[in-house]
Design a protein around this ligand. Structure first.
Ligand code: FAD
Ligand code: FES
Ligand code: FES
Length: 484
């Protein structure tokens, strides 16, 4: 197929004649003149551009997912159904989301409102929102400058899981065919394979192809830095890469596993992932961004690499030559440099079980609690023997060095063989200052980064005195906490 086949508000489109690097937001506004969807930041930060798509492969059943249309490249729409704000009302009959916004006075200037409405729309058909954190998380990617968040939070509390109308029925309707897309326009080629074999073959014959998972990084480079490439390959329609499983050997995360799915799965098991993901980007980004994309760019301020590094994970790389496995410590080679060969891509991550005698917790410090890149993130992992002597120590950080998930080797060495007590932790914490020479930038000064990294280890000691693998405490992040 060489046209992008998709549905928007129940109308089928076969898109051609536009660049593959055009975002859904600009296609909606500039080509279809559906201007209800708003542009704010054009880089995933404000939520004004939120739309929903039907995730037909979601488990246990199909569901809607709210995403930022400014970050979705058109070929990624192939084979999927989308709804925008224009699709909600039927003639004069308002959708329950619109009624709730009116009832609770949840809109003033209205600029954010179409995006807010689409996040509320998704919540209306979600049946898994039972915990307090899920309500704030659902709306955390929608900024509103004038209404105040209380009325918006009242809407989501009222609507969540109530949808039993025609949109609920549409979740059971048949899908569009998911065939392979090979789209080209004006010298830009965008390949969207539907099988793993096709993906491997294409990558081995197009070694410069830029891989696209959720495009939350790739699109920002296109939108804000005009960084374009001749060839792209998106893994969005390869089902094998989406799997997340837990078995006797541990946790296995497919490269295309949605961050949102991993967050939900890791609230009680492999909790350090659940903890870090709560304050990772926004709900909309986590619905489309993937674990492979999070580590594939080897960003030194990425939150995911420190967790994988501290938990001693390994990465499986795939190509038409086969699959090979590498420990994370051999995968990250330098500043934004990984061991991926030009015909390979990330297939999955394997994370060993966290044993009973292990303490482990992940941390993130950023200027803003929600929707912010870390100043420093870190994951600490320590095992002790029956005499409380440290046998294993892995302390991995983001934001303090050029490499993603940098290990504090001097501090680790200071802990090994010593009793796990406050005095020895203090000695190790001071070593972290020797481990890293961070830079100062607009997010944080070098002094701040170093001090925070040292304090993370001190805090880790205190926090894990009783509960060895603590979950993050629920802290409401909207302006007001509603009674639960
Ligand atoms: C508003 C906003 C907030 C953000 N907040 C955070 C945050 O809090 N913490 C954080 O860590 N990051 C954050 N990010 C960065 C980014 O969204 C995440 O790192 C995200 O996980 C990237 O995943 P993706 O699937 O969208 O990657 P993509 O954009 O698709 O890809 C990212 C990189 O990985 C490569 N890649 C993709 N898939 C593979 C693969 N299978 N094998 C090899 N290479 C691959 C791509 O070529 C590209 O270089 C934020 C981004 C935005 C826009
Ligand atoms: S326009 Fe701000 S998130 Fe898309
Ligand atoms: S109503 Fe004005 S920005 Fe939200």
């Amino acid at each position: 197929m060489n046209k992008i086949r998709c549905m928007i508000n129940d109308v089928q489109y076969e898109i051609e004649g536009v660049p593959p690097t055009m975002s859904l937001l600009h296609y909606l506004r500039d080509v279809l003149h559906l201007t209800g969807t708003k542009e704010g930041c054009n880089e995933g930060d404000c939520g004004a551009c939120t739309v929903v798509f039907k995730d037909a492969a979601a488990k246990p059943e199909p569901r809607y997912r709210a995403i930022n249309s400014c970050l979705l490249l058109l070929p990624m729409m192939h084979g999927k159904k989308f709804y925008t704000i224009e699709g909600l009302a039927k003639g004069d009959k308002r959708h329950p989301v619109q009624d709730a916004i009116l009832k609770h006075y949840a809109s003033q200037c209205g600029y954010c409102t179409p995006g807010v409405a689409m996040s509320l729309f998704e919540a209306t058909y979600r049946h898994d929102m039972t915990k307090p954190w899920q309500f704030t998380e659902q709306m955390a990617g929608n900024l509103c400058r004038c209404t105040g968040y209380r009325p918006i939070m009242e809407c989501v509390r009222e609507l969540a899981g109530t949808g039993k109308d025609e949109f609920a029925d549409k979740l059971r309707e048949p899908e569009l065919p998911l065939d392979t897309l090979d789209y080209e326009y004006d010298g830009e080629r965008f390949y969207v394979p539907s099988t793993l074999d096709e993906a491997c073959d294409f990558k081995s014959s197009h070694r410069d192809a830029v891989l696209v998972s959720g495009a939350s990084d790739v699109s920002v480079l296109i939108n804000k830095h005009a960084r374009k490439n001749d060839v792209y390959m998106s893994l969005i329609n390869v089902p094998e890469l989406r799997e997340i499983t837990i078995d006797d050997s541990g946790l296995h995360i497919g490269a295309m596993a949605r961050l949102a799915n991993l967050e939900n799965m890791c609230q009680d098991k492999f909790v350090p992932f659940g903890r870090i993901l709560r304050y990772f980007a926004s709900h909309q980004i986590k619905q489309i961004a993937c674990v492979g994309g999070s580590v594939g760019g080897a960003s030194p301020v990425g939150d995911f690499a420190p967790v994988l590094m501290a938990l001693n994970a390994s990465v499986r790389l795939i190509s038409s030559r086969g699959i090979r496995s590498l420990p994370m410590s051999q995968f990250i080679l330098g500043y934004r440099k990984t061991a991926i060969e030009s015909d390979e891509f990330i297939y999955a991550f394997d994370v060993p079980n966290i044993p009973e005698n292990a303490r482990c917790a992940s941390y993130k410090v950023s200027k803003r609690l929600e929707l912010d890149i870390s100043s420093v993130s870190g994951t600490c992992y320590v095992e002790t023997d029956e005499n409380n002597i440290v046998t294993v120590a892995r302390l991995a950080f983001g934001g303090v060095a050029a490499v993603a998930g940098a290990r504090a080797k001097l501090a680790e060495a200071a802990l090994i063989g010593k009793e796990w007590n406050e005095e020895n932790v203090e000695i190790a914490a001071q070593k972290i200052a020797d481990d890293f020479s961070p830079i100062s930038d607009f997010r944080a000064s070098a002094w701040y980064r170093q001090t925070v990294a040292c304090n993370m280890l001190r805090g880790f000691y205190q926090e894990t005195l009783e509960n060895h693998v603590p979950a993050r405490m629920y802290r409401p992040t909207a302006t007001i906490q509603l009674e639960q």
